[in-house]
Design a protein around this ligand. Structure first.
Ligand code: C2O
Length: 464
């Protein structure tokens, strides 16, 4: 795995003066040799990289609380300005990590320091990495029952079961969030954010479960390096898939440079990891140029939507079923993409489920399971059931938080589930589509915290 092990000497030789510019200037300059963010699984807990990382955290943690380049000052950027449940979720967090990593590097004076990532989707690395249970990398409380040997449950993060289907989602909005008028205004969250990303925040619990404190836990940065890596992977799988709208690309975000002075960066500057001079160890060493949208590959048709309100507008531990009646046009679309000959063709069409008007619960540590055409599903129904369409959880502040504001939407791509059901004769194109939702504890340890009521307004299905 470690085909690239940059030593400080080879790195400096390769990148020469460029790195000086990267550290000293307000706007990012591009050095020649990208830094490699590595899987923490492959790093020796007592080796030089982790030792250096701990030292960098020790230094930033020793800075005064008011310092913009200190541990708390950096965490408070997240409290005050994080972008969630809209189309800036990925670029905002990429830029946040970029500036934070530069501050760590400057703290130890080592231009080769790179954040590792924690790949929780891999069944062999489901525990919070051991160094993050030791001083400087273990700083704030985590949830009840979570210790060094606790493993993130399969249903929250598994590569094959949860992450792969999400990486296959062709539409950026379903994958990564919908348009919004401001980075801090929630509209609709994509599936990578709403499911594995939120799930890991909630499973770790404690500070990590709340936007206002999450970045105080050093594991936050490795969690987000993994989220960022998955965005890079999605971008490789879906060339030309990023939004082209100037409203998205021209949006700027504010952070701090290594000297602690405010600086801004635009979305258009963070579209690839290569543009910021780093790459993940599973990315090609020579970054692929960013493909621009080549225009729609099939005749663009207007999306066809049906909506239904629930019998009671509250989601909780008692399952609730919303019954949607497809229009003839929607039936035709679904027939098209469930036909056996297009079974693996993502461009044949997709079916998007939107749970609208969600008001996140005060106790966020629940997982919402979604089943299609199984109204009798309950808390004992296996997530491996054919009718299981995915899950999501919540990441919002308590009442005092900046983003304790209005309702938002959660997107789920249910194309795979519908195809699976069609294969098994569990779906009739001309019949109703029943969506059953229920909240379960995010981890068995949280059972006592799981009583909750989550208002929502309606569900919609959109065929594209
Ligand atoms: Cu802005 Cu995972 O958080």
């Amino acid at each position: 795995m470690s085909e690239i092990r940059l030593t400080r000497r080879t790195y400096l030789a390769a990148s020469g003066m460029a790195i000086g510019g990267l550290l000293l200037q307000g706007t990012p300059a591009v050095a020649q040799t990208p830094l490699v963010r590595r899987n923490i699984r492959d790093l020796d807990p007592n080796g030089p990289e982790i030792t250096q990382l701990r030292e960098a955290f020790r230094i930033i943690e020793s800075r005064p609380n008011g310092s913009s380049v200190g541990w708390l000052g950096q965490a408070n950027i997240h409290r005050n300005r994080c972008a969630h449940a809209n189309w800036w979720f990925f670029p905002w967090h990429r830029a946040y990590l970029f500036y934070f990593e530069r501050i760590l590097r400057a703290a130890v004076g080592d231009p080769t320091l790179a954040l590792p990532y924690w790949d929780w989707s891999d069944p062999s690395t489901r525990a919070i990495p051991a160094p993050f249970w030791r001083r400087y990398l273990y700083r704030v409380i985590r949830g009840p029952g979570i210790g060094p040997s606790s493993l993130v449950p399969d249903e929250l993060v598994d590569r094959d079961f949860i992450v792969e289907p999400i990486l296959d989602i062709p539409a950026f909005s379903t994958f990564g969030g919908a348009a919004s008028s401001s980075p801090m205004i929630r509209t609709a969250g994509g599936s990578l954010e709403g499911s594995p990303h939120n799930n890991v925040h909630n499973w770790i619990g404690g500070a990590m479960a709340r936007p206002e404190w999450a970045a105080q836990d050093p594991i936050f940065w490795l969690h987000h390096a993994n989220v960022d890596r998955l965005w890079a992977e999605w971008s490789r799988r879906h060339p030309g898939g990023l939004p082209t709208s100037p409203a998205w690309r021209n949006q700027t975000f504010s952070f701090f440079n290594t000297a602690g002075a405010p600086t801004t960066i635009a979305v258009s500057q963070v579209l690839t990891t290569g543009a910021l001079n780093y790459r993940y160890d599973d990315e090609p060493a020579v970054p692929m140029p960013l493909a621009e949208a080549a225009g729609p590959s099939r005749a663009e048709r207007a999306p066809e939507t049906v909506a239904a309100t629930p019998p009671r507008p509250v989601l909780g531990s008692t399952p609730i079923t919303v019954t949607l009646t497809p229009t003839p046009e929607l039936q035709t679309r679904v027939r098209e993409f469930t036909a056996p000959q297009v079974r693996d063709d993502a461009s044949a069409g997709t079916l998007l489920l939107a749970i609208e008007g969600i008001q996140a619960p005060d106790v966020p540590q629940v997982l919402v399971r979604v089943f299609i055409n199984l109204p009798e599903a309950n808390a004992t129904t296996s997530p491996r059931d054919l009718h299981y369409a995915g899950n999501f959880s919540f990441f919002t502040s308590d009442a005092q938080g900046h983003d304790a504001h209005g309702p938002y939407t959660q997107y789920l791509d249910v194309t795979r589930a519908i195809r699976r059901l069609a294969d098994a004769d569990q779906y009739r194109a001309d019949g109703p589509i029943q969506v059953t939702l229920m909240a379960v504890p995010i981890a068995p340890e949280r059972r006592q915290e799981a009583a909750t009521r989550i208002p929502f307004r309606r569900a919609t299905l959109t065929a594209k």
